[in-house]
Design a protein around this ligand. Structure first.
Ligand SMILES: Cc1cc2nc3c(=O)[nH]c(=O)nc-3n(C[C@H](O)[C@H](O)[C@H](O)COP(=O)(O)OP(=O)(O)OC[C@H]3O[C@@H](n4cnc5c(N)ncnc54)[C@H](O)[C@@H]3O)c2cc1C
Length: 388
């Protein structure tokens, strides 16, 4: 389509990088395309990492395609084990281990780093987190002959792993400093339903206290809470949140907020550089989920192949993979004016957040209510778009 000398370069082969490449290929079969990644370039669906024990799949079992297959299907050069160290915006080149690579357009699809708690004690090496296939493989190896896992964090990822590890036969304890699970996503009554569902699987919760330190204790660990209580376990899984990877952009002088700042065209403060996925702050929205990055990939592929296109984010509820008590939630930003209307029966909760004028701004469905597609569809139709 376009006569290009230098390629479109995408840094990252997660869902954002690979989905963008796929969308570009739907529109332009020939333009030179180079993907760089510091991992091994296998294609996988990251949300499946917290279903591996339930599905009895190891890291290789969760991978969907190897890098050779991705190169062939995308008609793209994919360079693995290639960490981009710097961007020279004037020369329009990247530095990768001493090599200089030229780009015509550059896309940052760098993902997010796990937030690492600052812990006392000598047991740090027994505190793992899972944010990619390699992490998952490491965790499975470390947990292979273990029985009891202590999870730090009762948010989305902590609850999903609590359910998955319980299904895998582990005893699970969850430490969550706020007094309930999923505190930033759900109203209290819905949190209670999810905690009840997980407790019925045997999960034990320690609410209201943070983890102060982790000590080695034989082959296992001893976890000290802020109230002085000590929990014995075999391994710790830390799930206290993610931070968009911004340092590469920041060092190149790009504007950075919570993520790499872009406009509605996914364009950063440099007109030749774009960002999407977990690393991006798109018009003030940092959404670490799959549906936003897919919408961004569709729009950006059009822009990069010659049709300037604004990204649109419709309402995009998130499904939380806690089969012990399924959840669908369209979260409400903190500080939004309004109130929750709750209709609950046991663990089946319908919670609708309404503005003072009655408009629906968010919702949470749990248990059987989350499994009712008609109810979910009706609520989604009432929600305003996230970026209209
Ligand atoms: C356990 C878990 C469960 C989840 N479940 C859900 C869910 O149910 N629903 C949902 O919507 N979302 C879910 N998410 C979030 C979702 O998976 C992410 O939003 C999405 O996968 C992010 O994709 P990404 O491509 O932006 O980032 P990543 O997949 O992290 O990819 C980043 C890429 O950038 C590369 N990279 C980074 N820095 C450099 C560098 N300097 N040089 C070269 N390469 C670099 C990395 O190697 C990697 O290839 C879940 C996340 C986790 C961890």
């Amino acid at each position: 389509m376009n006569a290009r000398t230098n390629p479109i370069v995408i840094i990252g082969t997660g869902l954002a990088g690979y989905n963008l490449a796929k969308e570009i290929r739907k529109l332009d079969a020939e333009c030179p395309l180079l993907l760089l990644t510091c991992d091994d370039g296998r294609s996988y669906s990251k949300p499946m990492l917290s279903t591996g024990y339930t599905k009895n799949k190891d890291a290789d079992g969760l991978a969907m395609a190897g890098v050779e297959q991705m190169r062939a299907s995308l008609k793209a050069d994919v360079r693995t084990g290639s960490r981009v160290n710097a961007i020279d915006r004037v020369a329009k080149t990247l530095q990768v281990d001493g090599e200089s690579i030229a780009y015509e357009s550059l896309v940052l699809a760098l993902g997010a780093d796990v937030f690492r708690p600052d812990l006392g004690g000598d047991g740090g090496e027994r505190v793992l987190s899972i944010n990619d296939l390699d992490d998952y493989a490491r965790f499975r190896t470390a947990a292979a002959d273990k029985k009891k896992i202590i999870i730090i964090g009762g948010g989305l990822i902590g609850c999903e792993f609590a359910n998955d590890l319980s299904n895998g036969g582990y005893q699970v304890e969850v430490v969550e400093p706020v007094g309930r699970v999923l505190p930033s996503l759900l109203p209290e009554r819905a949190s209670e339903a999810v905690a009840n569902g997980l407790a019925a699987l045997g999960v034990i919760f320690h609410f209201g206290h943070s983890v102060k330190g982790v000590w080695k204790h034989g082959d296992g660990v001893e976890v000290e809470l802020s109230n002085g209580e000590r929990l014995a376990g075999d391994l710790v899984l830390s799930a206290i949140g993610l931070r968009p990877r911004v340092s590469l952009a920041q060092e190149a002088g790009l504007e950075v907020g919570r993520g790499v700042k872009t406009d509605r065209h996914l364009r950063t403060s440099d007109a030749s550089i774009y960002a999407l996925g977990d690393c991006a702050d798109v018009d003030g929205k940092v959404l670490l989920y799959v549906l936003p990055l897919m919408a961004a990939a569709r729009a950006l592929a059009k822009t990069l192949t010659g049709t300037d296109t604004l990204v649109q984010y419709p309402a995009m509820p998130v499904q939380i993979k806690t089969p012990a008590c399924p959840v669908v939630v369209s979260p409400v930003l903190p500080g939004t004016a309004g109130t929750w209307d709750i209709d609950a029966d046991g663990n089946d909760v319908k919670a609708v957040f309404r503005a003072p004028d009655g408009a629906v701004l968010g919702f949470a469905l749990t248990g059987a209510r989350a499994a009712n597609p008609a109810e979910k569809t009706e609520l989604i139709q009432q929600l305003p778009p996230i970026l209209g």
